[in-house]
Design a protein around this ligand. Structure first.
Ligand code: 5GP
Ligand code: ZN
Length: 113
């Protein structure tokens, strides 16, 4: 997608601090971190929102979560971490390319704001 900022990161057209990539998933540091560690884990495939996922994307989204687990292990998040999908306007989704926030290095409250 030409006008999708995360697709442009996937294509290496704009820079990002990439911490993990494989054939299906890429992960990079959030530009505006909300925790000492704040990584965005995304499918390479452009999917705007959770509700636009196809049933056959189930394995792909599993790979996103497993990548987050590996990154968390690599960054030494031994005491836990927060995983978040903001989906749609009420949840504050700003970038319409599905992304999993992986945040760690501090304690998080619940319920989220
Ligand atoms: P959302 O609110 O859609 O769940 O989260 C989008 C996230 O993407 C925000 O945390 C924002 O800081 C991050 N972000 C937006 N544009 C860029 C960018 O160009 N590069 C990186 N690394 N992060 C971005
Ligand atoms: Zn995209």
């Amino acid at each position: 997608m030409e006008n999708c900022i995360f697709c442009r990161i996937v294509e290496k057209e704009i820079p990002a601090t990439i911490v993990y990539e494989d054939d299906f998933v890429i992960a990079f540091r959030d530009l505006n971190p909300q925790a000492p560690e704040h990584i965005l884990v995304i499918p390479r495939k452009h999917v705007p929102r959770i509700e636009t996922l196809d049933p056959e994307d189930a394995l792909l989204m599993g790979k996103v979560i497993v990548a987050a687990k590996r990154i968390a292990e690599g960054l030494g998040m031994k005491h836990g971490y927060r995983l978040v999908f903001n989906n749609g306007p009420d949840a504050g989704q700003e970038v319409e390319h599905v992304h999993l926030h992986l945040m760690g290095g501090r304690k998080f409250s619940w319920p989220a704001g």
